[in-house]
Design a protein around this ligand. Structure first.
Ligand code: NAP
Length: 219
């Protein structure tokens, strides 16, 4: 995680891989043997694979995100990665953000709809919709923060929170109280770190169990 410089850091690299270029945000910089700095984005696959596993699927050939509506809260680096990834998997995207203009820019980039953060209280999503928080609301030490009022959470099928400390945020706790399935940011955290490990080591497989054990000590 390189909050809050994931968008600015794009300009510090000589090159980017295709995914990072499309997202416009990076979380990993590798210095190559010729001295060039190459930017990558592993948040995208970390978040999307965690959400896909949370949704479950009987059809291995098709992403469970395909055709679904996803409401992405936030418009910073993590939100860009999730919105881009969801669109790539065939989802329809709504972006809600405190600074509405940024929601409009991101929504336009993924062919989606923009909302103000306050609109989420009365937004009625269609059946099967996913809510993905990609703001820092609820992150330690401000653990009482939450992006969406509890009463509005019952309309979602799955609630994902990119925040990983604490592991169970107020958003996830309140979603669970409504019986909604939740996916913790710790899943994204471990998976994006596995991707980083592989970039940093030139392709060595990441030690997943060890990484999960270490993450569990700090979340
Ligand atoms: P960022 O680029 O700085 O974006 C922050 C976002 O949060 C912006 O949309 C901002 O809205 C919103 N925000 C911040 N404070 C707010 C508040 N008080 N009320 C409403 N909205 C607020 O940060 P980022 O890199 O995208 O990270 C966002 C979150 O995702 C962080 O909690 C980070 O820890 C988490 N994250 C987790 C992982 C993981 O592996 N689990 C990976 C990456 C990020 P404005 O545009 O209005 O300022």
């Amino acid at each position: 995680c390189s909050l809050p410089f994931k968008v600015d850091a794009v300009h510090c690299c000589h090159e980017h891989d295709a995914v990072a270029k499309s997202i416009g945000a990076i979380n990993t910089i590798v210095r190559k043997s010729d001295g060039k700095l190459v930017g990558y984005n592993t948040d995208y696959i970390g978040a999307i694979s965690a959400i896909e596993d949370g949704l479950g699927s009987k059809d291995a050939a098709m992403s469970p995100l395909s055709g679904r509506l996803i409401v992405v809260v936030g418009a910073g680096g993590a939100a860009k990665a999730i919105a881009y990834g969801a669109k790539k998997k065939g989802a329809r995207v709504v972006v809600a953000n405190r600074t509405y203009e940024k929601a409009v820019t991101l929504a336009n980039a993924v062919g989606g709809q923009a909302l103000r953060l306050a609109d989420l209280e009365n937004f009625r999503p269609e059946e099967g919709t996913i809510l993905a928080n990609a703001t820092s609301l609820g992150m330690y030490p401000n653990v009482d923060g939450t992006p969406v009022p509890k009463k509005a959470l019952r309309f979602y099928d799955v609630v994902f929170d990119a925040v990983y400390a604490p592991k169970v945020t107020r958003l996830l706790r309140e979603a669970k109280e409504h019986g909604v399935k939740v996916v913790s940011g710790v899943e994204m955290f471990v998976r994006q770190a596995m991707g980083q490990f592989e970039h940093f080591t030139g392709g060595i497989e990441a030690p997943e169990s060890l990484m999960r054990e270490i993450a569990a000590q700090y979340t």
